[in-house]
Design a protein around this ligand. Structure first.
Ligand SMILES: [Zn+2]
Ligand SMILES: [Zn+2]
Ligand SMILES: [Zn+2]
Length: 105
């Protein structure tokens, strides 16, 4: 089931005004509000509160949404992969630069 995804979305695969290359297909559920946003900039603009990072003991939470096949992944699983384990769509590897924004590393 597709969760509700917030942000300045551009398309069904959760690309947004900030990140919209071919491989920008995931949305992330935020620890602070348990809501999905396309990216942290979308969260910053729309959420009205500061974000908090997922602590490591909660990395088994399903908090990553693949916009290509519409399935959710756990944070742990997502961090092990460079493409979606369900549909094989490649993920944006540059997203890993932003892990500290989302996850308590
Ligand atoms: Zn939030
Ligand atoms: Zn965005
Ligand atoms: Zn997928």
């Amino acid at each position: 089931m597709k969760p509700l995804i917030y942000g300045n979305l551009l398309d069904e695969q959760t690309r947004c005004v900030h990140y919209h290359s071919n491989i920008d297909i995931i949305a992330i559920k935020f620890h602070c509000c348990r809501e999905y946003y396309a990216c942290y900039k979308c969260h910053q603009e729309k959420a009205g509160h500061h974000l908090s990072q997922w602590p490591q003991e909660e990395w088994d939470e399903q908090a990553i949404f693949c916009g290509s096949c519409k399935t959710e992944l756990t944070i742990e699983k997502y961090m092990e992969q460079t493409s979606c384990p369900n549909c094989a769509h490649p993920f944006n590897e540059k997203c890993s630069l932003h892990y500290p924004v989302y996850f308590d590393i």
